[in-house]
Design a protein. Structure first.
Lengths: 150, 534
């Protein structure tokens, strides 16, 4: 495993960066992405992506290098404001890396039961229970009834 | 290695192959279907898991170039403005379709007569009507009779519920006085034929675990098999073989283990869709057919038509509960379907109401449009879009042009080494004008429905579901590939029954018409059995 790939498996580093990308919501209903244990799966998916994988790994390595220039402990060792500054600075210069992270993070985050509950959705797969759907407005149907082809 | 010869060999087990197989089995002939994909299992569909949206971007993606499953073949689309989409399995693309089930209108069969462009079909709506009806009964259709945009027909089941989103959108059309009508949907609103009704999973295009959406693996195929039709899955046909007199005598195919096998047949029926069919015909060159099978006209692979789509999304300041329910089956509008010289283009378009995206797709969609940032403002931006969007799809009529083609790629091959198709497609000026008109009208009606903002995707690239025109039908062998009942002009025991034979595309989803055509061709064969090869 090379150094940049190992960052994907550095739980502390990943937790720190994911929490910046999706922090907890202000009202506390939605958790931060760093607290959901998503990093392991994300690492596997990103590594397996032949196009975005190397871009993300390179981007993360740049983040860590920039962080270590401020504190030898790296990103996780920085105070919150400094972390944000480093990540914003590095990711804004690497939109492909950002897209690669978000591509996998958003999909994992918005499938997590705690996030679904926070959105007001049932924390379960669509099948087999399904969902209720409001009926068609009877007034609309009555309107169509008057236009029906005989 | 060779198998026992059969009477009828069908290549492709999708929408048309299934309908044809069920019908032709009535003759008592031995019928075999070769399908390159597998049988699907509903318990494996994404909606069984929380990761359903993730799987929709991988093994259930609509593009074969994304999925890259063993059943898929690659498509070179570098020279195409629209990406072809399809699914390879028993059931074909009906596994992943939305179940939106309009028919072509009577006007669509006589475009030349009506508007002086393209060509008329050699058949008309009235000829297909009994086959439309039969197909509706086989698939199970929900809808509301009486749409003034169509001749009378009677869906078996009441329309699907609109939900809040459908009610809001329909209100916009009502305020402007524009045509709208509950869609015919091949999705069950009530139990039908032993299949359970829709429970609003919202994941129709990833396979329907409930079985409420009609895919031919659960509609036609079980009934066809009861009639004795055999389906051999995992078998990829690489060539249709011919006798010295030029008639088809079977196929060569790779079986599940990749072994090359031979299957002889008296009648060969091609049902591989508007890209797979010309690919196979062009791959079937012989001394008798040096330009590819059934290609004396030179039109195999030409006149490729998609339905160019625009998607116009309204953002509302209320929850629309929009991600639940059949994604594309609330209502349609034919307000701008027919030509109007004042608009500056010929032909027209329909609208299809679409539901909101799921939680993850909302985030990705918002990201790609710069609407949902990462960081501190993420949640606020997300909340403005999630469950608050409703979209209209504008489905525009593409006219046939010989420069839009399916050819064989000189380099790219599938896993069996068979040359892959190369799609060359450029949007016409007429289609661009239609899309622009549709986009403006959609914005207008979304605002009338209460949208506080609209977001426009003026041409959807990943929307090449409808593959038509590449082996067109007609009476003249010099200007068409098959005759008015699907028989190849050049090869009298070769039939083509999929969207390839469309002469024009209309501006509605084609599956209902594709299947009606397949049933009509099967009937024509039955009626002409005594002199089929004359």
């Amino acid at each position: 495993m090379n150094e940049s790939a190992s960052l994907l498996h550095d739980a502390t580093f990943m937790r720190a960066i994911l929490e910046l990308v999706i922090p907890p919501s202000e009202d506390g209903r939605l958790p931060g992405a760093g607290s959901l244990g998503l990093a392991g799966n994300l690492a596997g998916q990103i590594e397996a992506d032949p196009i975005l994988g190397p871009v993300v790994q390179a981007g993360l390595a740049a983040v860590q290098v920039a962080a270590m220039a401020r504190d030898p402990g790296g990103l996780a060792a920085l105070p919150p404001a400094a972390r944000l500054e480093v990540v914003e600075s590095e990711l804004s210069a690497q939109p492909q890396c950002t897209m690669g992270i978000l591509r996998y993070l958003y999909v994992a985050y918005y499938a997590h039961p705690r996030v679904l509950e926070g959105l007001g959705e049932p924390a379960r797969p669509p099948f087999p229970q399904g969902y209720e759907l409001e009926p068609t407005d009877p007034g609309l149907l009555a309107t169509l009834g008057r236009r029906r082809r005989p | 290695m060779s198998n026992e010869p059969v009477g009828v060999l069908i290549i492709g087990a999708g929408a048309s192959g299934a309908a044809f197989a069920w019908s032709i089995a009535e003759t008592g002939m031995s019928v075999l279907c070769l399908e390159q994909g597998p049988w699907m299992r509903s318990q494996n569909y994404p909606s069984n898991g929380l990761d359903w949206e993730e799987r929709g971007m991988g093994p259930f993606a609509a593009s074969p170039n994304t999925r890259r499953l063993p059943a898929d073949y690659p498509v070179n689309e570098e020279q195409s403005e629209i990406s072809p989409l399809m699914f390879n399995a028993v059931g074909g693309s009906t596994i992943l379709w939305a179940g939106h089930f309009p028919r072509l209108t009577p006007n669509d069969f006589r475009v030349r007569t009506e508007d002086g462009v393209a060509d008329d079909w050699p058949i008309d709506y009235a000829t297909l009507e009994p086959h439309f009806s039969l197909n509706d009964r086989m698939m199970g259709v929900s809808g509301l009779a009486g749409d003034p945009a169509y001749p009378p027909h009677e869906p078996q089941l009441p329309p699907l519920p609109f939900g809040r989103l459908g009610n809001v959108l329909a209100g916009g059309f009502e305020r402007l006085g524009w045509h709208w009508w509950p869609s015919d949907s091949a999705i069950l609103s009530q139990e039908y034929g032993g299949r359970a009704p829709c429970i609003n999973l919202g994941s129709c295009v990833l396979g329907c675990a409930q079985g409420a959406k009609a895919s031919t693996d659960i509609t036609y195929w079980p009934q066809a098999q009861r009639r004795g039709v055999r389906v051999r899955s995992g078998c990829r046909v690489c060539e249709i073989t011919v006798r010295p007199d030029g008639m088809a005598d079977g196929v060569l195919y790779h079986d599940e283990e990749g072994q090359l096998r031979e299957q002889k047949a008296e009648i060969v029926v091609v049902a591989c869709n508007g890209i797979g069919t010309p690919r196979l015909l062009l791959n079937s060159k012989s001394t008798q057919h040096p330009g590819g099978l059934a290609n004396s006209s030179g039109l195999v692979g030409k006149n490729l038509m998609f339905h160019p789509y625009a998607m116009i999304t309204g953002v509302f300041d209320q929850s629309l509960a929009g991600r639940r329910g059949p994604i594309g089956c609330a209502f349609w509008s034919h307000e701008f379907y027919r030509s109007d010289p004042a608009r500056g283009f010929v032909r027209g378009y329909s609208f299809e109401a679409m539901r909101s995206l799921g939680p993850a797709q909302t985030a990705l969609w918002g990201m790609l449009r710069g609407r949902i940032p990462w960081g501190a403002n993420h949640h606020a931006a997300y909340a403005q879009l999630y469950d608050r969007t409703a979209s209209l799809l504008a489905i525009t009529e593409d006219l046939p042009e010989e420069t839009n083609t399916v050819t064989l790629d000189q380099v790219l091959t599938d896993s069996d080494g068979i040359p892959a198709p190369k799609v060359t497609y450029r949007l016409s000026e007429n289609s661009r004008k239609i899309l622009a008109h549709a986009t403006a009208r959609a914005q207008e009606v979304l605002v009338a429905a209460g949208a506080v903002e609209t977001i426009v995707e003026p041409l959807m690239r990943a929307a090449g579901w409808h593959l038509m025109g590449t082996a067109r039908m007609g009476r003249n062998p010099r200007t068409s590939v098959v005759n008015e009942w699907g028989r190849a002009h050049d090869v009298r025991n070769l039939f083509i029954i999929d969207g390839s034979i469309f002469v024009t595309a209309g501006a509605v989803n084609p599956t209902s018409t594709i299947q009606a055509l397949a049933l009509y061709i099967a009937d024509a064969i039955k009626k002409n059995l005594d002199h089929l090869f004359d």
